[in-house]
Design a binder for this molecule. Structure first.
Ligand SMILES: NC(=O)c1ccc[n+]([C@@H]2O[C@H](COP(=O)([O-])OP(=O)(O)OC[C@H]3O[C@@H](n4cnc5c(N)ncnc54)[C@H](O)[C@@H]3O)[C@@H](O)[C@H]2O)c1
Ligand SMILES: [Zn+2]
Ligand SMILES: [Zn+2]
Length: 389
């Protein structure tokens, strides 16, 4: 089959690789019909994620048609259309039983590697380094899906791929980002980052009863989308000081809730930005935590900072004094995908919510390498790329 493989920083290629097979009784194989490029793929593309190996297949936002099932798979049959969430979860361990699916204790075969760094291992993830399980990803013609009765959700007949594909990650991730922000009716919510995760965090903030949503980015078309689709007020952080502007908009109080939908590759101007760039270049820190600093400073006293943005390892100059003395609540995590699949599918099927508004590019798999570059560099108005294998 054809698959998008990683060969090093900035080097991804479509290659011919072995087809996946049913290796045990609980897996399924799907023929991928649509698959997207996502923010976390950029951490691999940009070389910031440790434990990648030459030839690894990328991608964690796939959907398709079931073509093979192991003999113990009960919920799926050949021919079913499914969306596959990016987290791999066993469904049986203590964490899965407590709906902490992205913290599954059984799905990472390389748990030891993660344990050495973090003390414990989170769940395995598709196409996201060997420390996270070394699972081949979904930017390919076929994908092996472990624990096939636990992850995938069936797609109703007649529903186009584009409307349900983002249940694989960015819609639930934006939604959990808003849920973690502990929004109360009428709250002012500031969202850093207007990529796909930020766009769905904005949409979801309204679903949780926000009174006002303020979106921050510097890319014109992303701010535009936040304003038109997201009905958010917008701040271009290259044009105005974010702290000053948020204080002006909230009469000095600060937003009640902050959502960091940017993560470890935050862009920043000034001394802080230069400091992170230098330290990251010489590998003295793995993340650029600019948005952590800025959101801690801006959010109101006693407020909540929700962090769906991905951080990888170690970073510097985190304002712990601000966090402590302002009495902030911090909530974060890889999305507990399986919690949200059913309710968010209902919002699409019954509620008429259409997540396809974020798609700006739909291209064959062969074009993936150039699309990685366009997505990273925000060229050609690129916000979300769907690949058609
Ligand atoms: N928690 C999870 O399970 C999960 C799942 C998917 C994605 N993510 C993470 O969410 C983040 C966003 O993902 P995405 O797909 O939307 O990525 P993206 O790269 O498309 O979007 C990031 C946006 O942040 C903006 N940005 C950069 N610096 C900024 C700053 N200082 N202030 C405000 N905005 C700034 C960029 O211009 C860009 O529009 C990434 O870190 C990604 O890894 C987390
Ligand atoms: Zn994703
Ligand atoms: Zn589990």
């Amino acid at each position: 089959m054809k698959a998008l493989c990683w060969y090093g920083t900035g080097d991804v290629r479509v290659e011919t690789v072995q087809d996946p097979t049913v290796v045990n009784s609980t897996v399924a194989v799907i023929r991928v019909t649509s698959t997207a490029i996502c923010g976390p793929d950029l951490h691999l593309y940009d070389g910031y994620m440790p434990s990648m190996m030459s030839g690894d297949i990328l991608g964690h936002e796939p959907m398709g048609e079931v073509v093979e099932v192991g003999r113990d798979v009960k919920k799926l049959k050949i021919g079913d259309r499914v969306v596959v969430p990016f987290t791999i979860s066993c469904g049986a361990c203590w964490f899965c039983q407590n709906k902490l699916f992205s913290l599954c204790d059984n799905s990472n075969p390389n748990a030891e590697m993660a344990r050495k760094i973090m003390g414990h291992s989170p769940a395995g993830l598709f196409g996201y380094s060997h420390m996270m399980g070394g699972y081949p990803g979904g930017q390919a013609e076929y994908l092996r899906v472990p624990y096939a009765d636990v992850g995938p959700i069936k797609v109703p007949d007649g529903m186009p791929d584009e409307k349900v594909l983002f249940l694989s990650d960015v819609f639930p991730t934006g939604y959990m980002g808003a849920e973690n922000a502990e929004i109360e009716p009428g709250d002012t919510v500031a969202v850093w980052g207007c990529g796909p995760v930020g766009q769905f965090a904005i949409q979801s903030a309204w679903m949780f009863g926000a009174g006002r949503v303020i979106a921050i980015d510097r890319v014109a078309e992303r701010l535009q989308m936040a304003a038109t689709h997201g009905k958010a007020e917008t701040i271009n952080y290259e044009e105005i000081d974010v702290y000053d502007c948020l204080m002006e908009l909230t009469a000095g109080r600060g937003p009640d809730r902050a959502i960091d939908a940017v993560g470890s590759e935050a862009h920043a101007t000034g001394i802080g930005g230069a400091y992170d760039k230098v330290k990251q270049t010489v590998r003295l820190e793995s993340d650029r935590p600019h948005v952590i600093r800025e959101s801690f400073k801006c959010v109101r006293k006693g407020g909540t900072v929700s962090i769906p943005g991905v951080y990888i390892g170690f970073a510097d100059k985190i304002p712990l004094g601000t966090m402590m003395n302002k009495g902030l609540t911090i909530k974060t995590g890889q999305t507990h995908m399986q919690r949200y699949l059913e309710p968010l599918m209902q919002k699409i099927v019954e509620g008429g919510f259409d997540p396809s508004f974020i798609i700006t590019h739909e291209v064959p798999l062969d074009k993936a390498p150039e699309m990685y570059k366009a997505f990273r560099d925000k060229e050609d108005g690129c916000i979300k790329v769907v690949l058609k294998p």
